[in-house]
Design a protein around this ligand. Structure first.
Ligand code: BGC
Length: 407
């Protein structure tokens, strides 16, 4: 009898191999909560973690795995890339789970549309990260006599000077192309405004790309670099966040996965650190929705486990647990946010408000806008410009224009 029960359980249990790049302190806690949720359903989690913030390395590894006919059950894939993978015919249709769980009525339509290919769900969203944040150390602020977060770029440079005079590194930065671009899109939005952002980064137009505003953006961006330290090249984003956590640096531009690091270090918002919209972007929201796309599988037990994962990701309890750890907000609508902190509550309020004013914008640095080829090309140019002072703003603008129009 016992043997029979065990066999039945074994036959139902399936393994789900999940590719992700969540390896920093806060990220690891968040992904552990997903693993635990899946295991509660009797399935087995096979971890396929590829380190590297922003996911570039993970995407390279994923391509080679899929090409060799050995795709994982699920992979962290976002934005327009979901459509690119679906066009290859390798993604599974998980619409039956989505229909049973009523995803259409609990997801913002803009998000649901990204998860679907030709009307069928092929991916499930986990969260909404806000990218245009500035993080500040309250210890460093006290030492430097800084009393508030800068709200304009002029104020930002004045604040950076104060940190510098106090012997504190003004800006923690990691010189990797996605981090360079995370800062760049903040400057582009703050200096150029939301319409300019749309005309250069969402539906790029030559006239806006080759404009005096773009030159101003590039010049402002270049002025930031002297406020970073000489060890910035190649530094991982979470190590940059650690500098702010320790008060060695005053500020960091980063999406709210940085908050996951502050929380994992037992730091509290408003007390140990501040979250403020990047200068000039208070009324705007650059979004980054993490999601898992599902690959076609043959084995019935594995398909069941894959469906379990899809169901688990969108369940309200998981959306709460995961996002409390990850620094993001639930993507599921109408969730109770009473356990969330002030940064998350601000984010949620602004997500709703900006979706009505047309200032809710997809982050290019995090794969939410442009094709992956165009996004890769603009990131390359911006990092070349950041690293090479002899490349003029005018030449960089021309190269960005060509890159953004890549098909
Ligand atoms: C992802 C986040 C992740 C961050 C750093 C972003 O692109 O959306 O989930 O924490 O990269 O790795």
């Amino acid at each position: 009898m016992l043997g029979g029960v065990l066999t039945a359980t074994a036959a139902q249990a399936g393994e789900v191999e999940v590719l992700h790049w969540w390896t920093s302190g806060g990220e690891a806690k968040a992904v552990a909560s997903l693993k635990a949720t899946l295991e509660k359903k009797g399935d087995t989690w096979k971890d396929f973690a590829v380190a590297g913030g922003g996911g570039d390395s993970a995407m390279t590894v994923l391509k080679s795995r899929v090409l060799s006919g050995n795709a994982p059950a699920a992979a962290q894939i976002k934005g327009p890339s979901i459509q690119e993978w679906a066009q290859e015919g390798v993604l599974a249709d998980i619409t039956p789970v989505a229909t049973a769980e009523k995803w259409d009525s609990v997801l913002p339509k803009v998000v649901a549309d990204v998860m679907k290919y030709k009307g069928k769900y092929v991916a499930a969203p986990v969260n909404v990260h806000r990218v245009n944040w500035l993080w500040m150390s309250t210890d460093a602020m006290k030492k430097a006599g800084v009393t508030k977060a800068p709200t304009t770029w002029d104020e930002f440079f004045a604040t950076a000077e104060k940190f510098k005079k106090a012997g504190i590194i003004p800006l923690a930065h990691g010189g990797q192309d996605w981090q360079d671009f995370t800062t760049f899109e903040d400057v582009l939005l703050g200096v150029g405004g939301p319409d300019f952002y749309k005309k250069t980064m969402v539906k790029p137009e030559a006239a806006s790309l080759n404009s005096p505003t773009m030159i101003k953006v590039l010049e402002t961006y270049r002025k930031i670099k002297p406020y970073t330290d000489k060890n910035a090249p190649g530094r991982d984003w979470n190590l940059a966040t650690q500098m702010v956590i320790k008060g060695e640096a005053g500020m960091q531009f980063m999406g709210d996965w940085a908050k996951g690091e502050f929380l994992a270090a037992n730091k509290a918002p408003g007390k140990d650190f501040l979250c403020a919209p990047a200068p000039g972007t208070t009324k705007d929201f650059t979004f980054n929705v993490d999601s898992f796309a599902f690959f076609k599988l043959k084995d019935a037990a594995k398909i069941k486990a894959q469906n379990d994962l899809a169901q688990a990701i969108m369940a309200p309890e998981f959306q709460e647990t995961f996002n409390l750890l990850k620094g993001s907000i639930p993507v599921r609508l109408n969730m109770d946010l009473s356990k969330f902190d002030s940064c998350a509550k601000d984010s949620s309020r602004d997500f709703v408000a900006t979706s009505k004013t047309g200032t809710l914008l997809p982050s290019v640095a995090h794969g939410m806008a442009l094709s992956s080829a165009a996004a890769g090309a603009v990131k390359d140019v911006v990092s070349q410009y950041w690293n090479n002072d002899s490349l003029s703003a005018a030449d960089a603008a021309k190269r960005i224009a060509t890159a953004a129009m890549t098909q």
